[in-house]
Design a protein around this ligand. Structure first.
Ligand code: RFL
Ligand code: PHB
Length: 383
């Protein structure tokens, strides 16, 4: 098989890139190791920045997002048993976020590609990449291409195919993770609540008017079996309690633990391989940036490829890595800062706690500090 762009991975990055290239008349093949059902059911992100929504709209895949997505104009920070609203839209000239699950973004993109009849191969892992000749090998077949888009997530093969020494890596591990549940119950909150407590962090989020998505800080490699539903609810009740408000409980539909890390590799290009999304960088989920960054990368990659195929020059392809990394590092900082401000540091002392409390108090009383949080949270228009 021969194509212009071989896209490895059918997550948000690969699927969005495929759509942007399709709209520009550039050929691509998408190769995915897992089944379609698995990709459509993998519960992850839930917060879309305005820029992400705008891009999905321009790409013609936001019809359901516009119908079902829930627009939020603020979030709350909870500490010392009180909630403080950060009015995101008021602080950012009207920008907002949209609650719409990554599962739904992925379903919409897969449906659009299927409707176009373009090649998208599931259950077919890319096994090796020949960067010299532009070949992706899978299940005894070869895809020959001009460019390889490595959108295969953190554990993919694309980044691994770059020779040792050609990439520089930056990592930070956190000594905690998140236990997340999806519950079949009306969310008890109108806007997201990020809660700092002496027992650890908790986050109240949602997926729809009838589905709640809640998280608890747990140990990095916590065994999910140690958390029967009753224990999860008890701990959520404890960490999110405020006077005059009740957390409604309901059947737990899904439960899982994710360790947290920050990671960046540089540059995002090696010869004809371009890395995008989680294949190139990971952020801890506290800032809700991972999916949004992945979409931003492929926006730039699509623009660069369109220029290359229309005019035959590589100016934007050459600029791709540096252009992505500016936003990547801004989001790395924001996510690290949100994470370390809100989580209980294992082994930390009362000095650490008092610094966090002071920072949270400052954030909720200073216009300048709240604005800094808000503009990062909704997504900086330019970085
Ligand atoms: P993905 O989604 O991991 O997709 C990569 C795809 O590549 C496939 N693959 C291969 N395919 C072919 N051949 C191979 N050899 C392959 N190896 C792997 C994989 O099966 C997969 O389908 O990466 P992508 O597209 O870069 O998208 C990134 C996002 O998924 C990720 O950043 C976000 O989910 C992170 N994230 C959040 N991001 C946000 O913007 N807002 C949020 O609110 C948010 N919350 C979260 C999150 C991630 C979480 N977890 C579980 C990590 C909450 C959580 C709990
Ligand atoms: C989610 O709803 O999954 C979610 C929301 C906000 C975050 C992370 C995850 O910061």
């Amino acid at each position: 098989m021969r194509t212009q762009v071989a896209i490895v991975g059918a997550g948000p990055a690969g699927l969005t890139l495929g759509r942007l290239l399709e709209n520009a008349g550039i050929e691509s093949v998408i190769l995915e190791s897992r089944s379609r059902a698995y990709c459509e059911a993998r519960i992850r992100a839930g917060v879309l920045e305005q820029g992400t929504v705008d891009l999905l709209r321009e790409a013609g895949v936001a019809e359901r997002l516009d119908r079902e997505g829930i627009v939020h104009h603020g979030i709350s920070l909870q500490f010392d048993g009180e909630r403080h609203r950060i009015p995101l839209s008021d602080l950012t000239g009207g920008r907002s976020i949209v609650i719409y699950g990554q599962t739904e973004v992925v379903k919409d993109l897969i449906a659009a590609r299927e409707a176009s009849g373009l090649p998208m191969l599931f259950d077919t892992p890319a096994e090796s990449i020949d960067l010299e000749r532009g070949i992706v090998r899978h299940a005894g077949n070869e895809i020959e291409c001009d460019v390889i888009a490595g959108c295969d997530g953190f554990h993919g093969v694309c980044r691994e195919s770059v020779p040792a020494g050609a990439l520089r890596e930056f990592t930070r591990e956190y000594p905690y993770g998140w236990l997340g549940i999806l519950a079949d119950v009306e969310p008890s909150i109108d806007e997201l609540v990020y809660a700092h407590t002496e027992q650890g962090f908790a986050l109240l989020s949602l997926r729809s008017p009838t589905r709640s998505r809640y998280y608890l800080q747990v140990d990095h490699d916590e065994d999910v079996d140690r958390w029967p539903d009753d224990r999860v609810w008890e701990e959520l009740q404890r960490r999110t309690a405020v006077a005059g408000w009740t957390l409604q409980e309901g059947p737990v539909l899904e439960k899982g633990v994710t360790g947290m890390r920050s990671y960046v590799c540089e540059p995002l290009r090696h010869r004809r391989l371009f890395l995008a999304g989680d294949a190139a960088h990971i952020v801890p989920p506290t800032g809700a940036k991972g999916l949004n960054l992945a979409i931003h990368d492929v926006r730039l990659l699509a623009e660069a490829l369109i220029r290359f195929y229309e005019r035959g020059d590589e100016v934007l392809l050459d600029a791709y890595s540096d252009a992505c990394l500016r936003r990547v590092w801004r989001c790395e900082h924001f996510s690290w800062w949100m994470t370390t401000t809100l989580h209980l540091q294992p082994g930390g002392d009362s000095f650490d706690l008092q610094l966090q409390r002071s920072q949270l108090h400052y954030l909720t009383t200073s216009h300048a500090q709240a604005t800094a949080l808000a503009e990062n949270y909704v997504g900086l228009a330019t970085v």
